[in-house]
Structures are given as structure tokens and as C-alpha cells.
Design a protein around this ligand. Structure first.
Ligand SMILES: CCN(CC)CCN(C[C@]12C[C@](c3ccc(C(F)(F)F)cc3)(C1)C2)C(=O)Cn1c(SCc2ccc(F)cc2)nc(=O)c2c1C=CC2
Length: 398
């Protein structure tokens, strides 16, 4: 259809058999706590509204900072264009117990935050996964917040133990300074936050009571004994893909990783030998560069499956949700869309992820129907990279 019709299609529904719900969890309320949006198979009953895609205006202010644009202007434009966008998941709908679902911990990219990859998270949840999209407090998110006790400046009569929001915005490296120390420290923090999110989800699976600073009436007890604790994967986009790789190296409970258009810069190759899990690299055609792909190739292994494909006609923004929310012209100008139809691109991202997860989490589903995508076979994919790499010295391949 015309660009305007695409604009109003919005974030795609999951294609799997499950209806998807989502709920926010901040536990505990401090900066060291875990903050995530959970996507999960939910019950069909009851009247539940779809969740708001960008839930607070401070996120627009943070995006303005990331884009180096005026906050007032961006807040005005973004709240007009994106303020009513819903993510197709029912907010706080009851969790659907029944089978044991595999668990995905998802890590967002630089300048993003927990809600901007809803199409991927909902796509996976609709196929019977519980997906925890973490919001990082390492100052790589465009915006995030935690809660702190109100300092009783005035002698507090009414709201004594109230908590107030403390907002953190995207910390840009000093121009000209070496960016590596900041990114190296951030990827450690991010990996720790993924491990804490995993621990929290396993506590919830064990039936431990949940303290949730984001007041919601969601019934967490329905998740007791609902996770397949042997089937856990780390998935992320760009900086979040580097985070997922780092998390694999830190914790063998993550059985495999999927790196979506990975930004390898924050990683140093000496950690690669400590990573024993299978990894799938899903690259866009336009974002990658030789040095970055060579770092991915350094993870090639004869001991464990390491795969790489490139999706033709995709850009870096083909993975987050913005690719569905503008017309073709604006999408092309801001590099939010590639040549490929964004809905086809997203189907490939989700299906190749499902196939790799089935293979390495030992799932008994039919996701192996997409195994050819892992081999880079198909109309829209190529195996490995579209870039020309200098020949690898053979001893590098472990
Ligand atoms: C020039 C300097 N460079 C910073 C390194 C540019 C900043 N940049 C490109 C941007 C952020 C962008 C954005 C947002 C939002 C609209 C909107 F108009 F649609 F709202 C448009 C355009 C502008 C995509 C990126 O950061 C690319 N990128 C990303 S993009 C993750 C993201 C961020 C915000 C989102 F809303 C959605 C997704 N994740 C990474 O982990 C890494 C990189 C680069 C290296 C590592």
C-alpha cells in the first residue's frame, strides 16, 4: 500500500498461536534494581488495553539528546506522532500458565530503552516464550529512571515515605576522548543487569514474592513453575548484542545467544575464548563494517556452532520498532527503513531467531522449518557477510 497506509499499520502483531501480554517490573526501586518490560503468553479472557509504546514523556527528551536535537521541539513532534502509538500486547493481562516457557533476556541498543523492540519481543512471546526486555541504567539508554526516597526538605506532613523519580539520560562520550573505557564499563554493567534480571525471573519462577515499584495489579504468582529453566537465551541489538555476548561469557545458564546487528567495539577478543555457547549473528546490510565483522569472525569456532547471516536490504533501524512508524520518505531520510519491506525484514529476524533457539535450547516445536535461514538460504538472506574481508590467518580459528 501507499506509505501512509504503512504508517498506520504500526508495530506488527505476533504471528504465533499465543496472545501476548506485557507488564513492567522494577524490583527493587534503586539504580541497582532490575527494570524490565515482560512480554508473555497471556490468557484471552477479559478486557485489557494494549500498552502505550513510549510510556513517559522523559523518553522523548532522552531521544532528543540522542539525536542532538532541541528537547522542546522533539517532545512536541514526537508526542504528536508517537504519543498514541500502542504496542500490540495487552497491559497487565493475566499470564497464561500451562506449559513451561523458555526464557529470553533482551538487551536494547545505545540510545534506546526497554520498549523500543516490541515487535521482536512480541513476535517471540507469541510463539511461546517469556521475554524480559531489560532497561539499562548504565547511561546508554536515551532515558531511564529509578526511584529514591523523598528527601524531607520541608518538614514532611503528608507524603513522608513517598518515592520520587530520578531520571538518567544518554551519557555521550567527551568528543575526541577515547570512547572505549566508557563502553567497556557500560557493557559490564549491562551484562550484570542481564544476570540480575535472570536471577529475578528465576526467583519469580520459584514463587518468591515480588516487590514491584511500578504499581500494577499484575499477578506474579501465576508465573510459579512456568519457566523451562534449562532453556534460557540472551538476545540483543547492537550494543545490546555485545551485552548478550558478554552475558553468555559470564553465566552458562544462558545456553545460546543471538546478536542482532552487533556492535562489537565494547568487547575485547580475549573474552571470546571464555564463551562456549552457540551464537547467531544476524547482520543488516548497511550498518556493518570490516573491523566490526572481523571481531565477529574471531568468535568462529569448531567446538560450538557460530553462525552469521546478512539480511538483504536492511539497515540498523530495521530491528527496533521505529521502522514501522514512519512513511517511506521519512523512513529513508532518517535511515529507519531499508530497501526491504519492514514487515518482511522483521519476519526473517524473528524466524531465524526461533530456528536457532529451537536448535540450541532443544525445543519441541516446528521452528526448524526456518533452518534454511540460519544457513543464509532464501530470497532475502545471504550466508555470512556482504562485506569483503581480508583473508583470515587460519590459526585464528579456534
Ligand atoms: C552519530 C553517532 N551515533 C551514536 C553512536 C548516532 C546515534 N545512532 C543512530 C540513531 C539513534 C537513532 C534514532 C532514534 C530515533 C529516531 C526517530 F526519529 F525515529 F525517533 C531516529 C533515529 C539515531 C538511530 C546510534 O546510536 C546507532 N546505534 C544504535 S541505534 C539504537 C536505537 C536508538 C534509539 C532508538 F529510538 C532506536 C534504536 N544502537 C547501538 O547500540 C549503537 C549504535 C551505533 C553504535 C552502537
Amino acid at each position: 500500500g501507499s506509505s501512509s497506509s504503512v504508517q498506520f499499520c504500526g508495530i506488527p502483531n505476533g504471528k504465533g498461536p499465543h496472545t501476548v501480554g506485557c507488564t513492567d517490573l522494577m524490583s527493587d526501586h534503586t539504580i541497582q534494581g532490575t527494570f524490565l518490560r515482560l512480554f508473555y503468553p497471556c490468557s484471552n479472557s477479559g478486557e485489557y488495553e494494549d500498552a502505550v509504546w513510549i510510556p513517559k514523556k522523559q523518553y522523548y527528551l532522552g531521544l532528543a539528546d540522542t539525536l542532538k536535537l532541541n528537547r522542546t521541539v522533539v517532545n512536541f513532534i514526537f508526542s504528536h506522532y508517537f504519543g498514541s502509538v500502542k504496542c500490540p500486547a495487552r497491559l497487565n493481562a493475566p499470564f497464561k500458565p500451562g506449559e513451561k516457557y523458555p526464557l529470553i533476556i533482551f538487551s536494547h541498543g545505545l540510545g534506546a530503552f526497554r520498549t523500543l523492540y516490541s515487535s521482536i519481543c512480541i513476535g517471540l512471546a507469541s510463539q511461546g516464550f517469556v521475554v524480559a526486555s531489560v532497561e539499562h541504567r548504565d547511561e546508554s539508554a536515551s532515558a531511564t529512571y529509578y526511584l529514591k526516597e523523598k528527601s524531607p526538605s520541608e518538614p514532611c506532613e503528608e507524603n513522608c515515605n513517598e518515592l520520587e523519580e530520578v531520571w538518567l539520560y544518554n551519557k555521550r562520550p567527551k568528543p575526541g576522548a577515547d570512547e572505549f573505557p566508557l563502553r567497556f564499563e557500560q557493557v559490564q554493567t549491562r551484562a550484570d543487569e542481564c544476570l540480575r534480571a535472570l536471577d529475578l525471573m528465576l526467583d519469580i519462577n520459584a514463587g518468591k514474592p515480588v516487590t514491584n515499584a511500578t504499581q500494577s495489579n499484575f499477578d506474579w504468582l501465576l508465573l510459579k513453575d512456568s519457566l523451562d529453566v534449562k532453556s534460557i537465551a540472551a538476545v540483543g541489538h547492537s550494543f545490546g548484542a555485545a551485552t548478550a555476548i558478554k552475558a553468555l561469557g559470564r553465566d552458562s545458564r544462558f545456553r545460546c545467544g543471538i546478536a542482532l546487528d552487533a556492535w562489537m567495539f565494547p568487547l575485547r577478543e580475549e573474552i571470546f575464548s571464555a564463551i562456549n555457547q552457540p551464537v547467531l549473528f544476524v547482520n543488516s546490510e548497511k550498518f556493518q563494517w570490516v573491523e566490526n565483522v572481523l571481531l565477529m569472525k574471531k568468535m568462529d569456532s569448531t567446538r560450538v556452532e557460530r553462525k552469521m547471516i546478512t539480511i538483504k536490504g536492511t539497515v540498523h533501524q530495521s530491528f527496533p520498532d521505529f521502522t514501522f512508524l514512519t512513511g517511506n520518505l521519512v523512513g529513508k531520510i532518517f535511515k529507519l527503513k531499508g530497501e526491504i519491506d519492514p514487515y518482511i525484514g522483521m519476519d526473517i529476524i524473528i524466524n531465524v531467531t526461533l530456528a536457532f533457539l529451537q536448535r540450541h535450547l532443544g525445543l519441541q516445536k516446528d521452528f526448524n522449518q526456518w533452518d534454511s535461514l540460519i544457513e543464509g538460504e532464501g530470497e532475502f538472506v545471504i550466508p555470512g557477510t556482504n562485506l569483503y574481508l581480508p583473508l583470515q590467518k587460519p590459526e585464528n580459528v579456534k
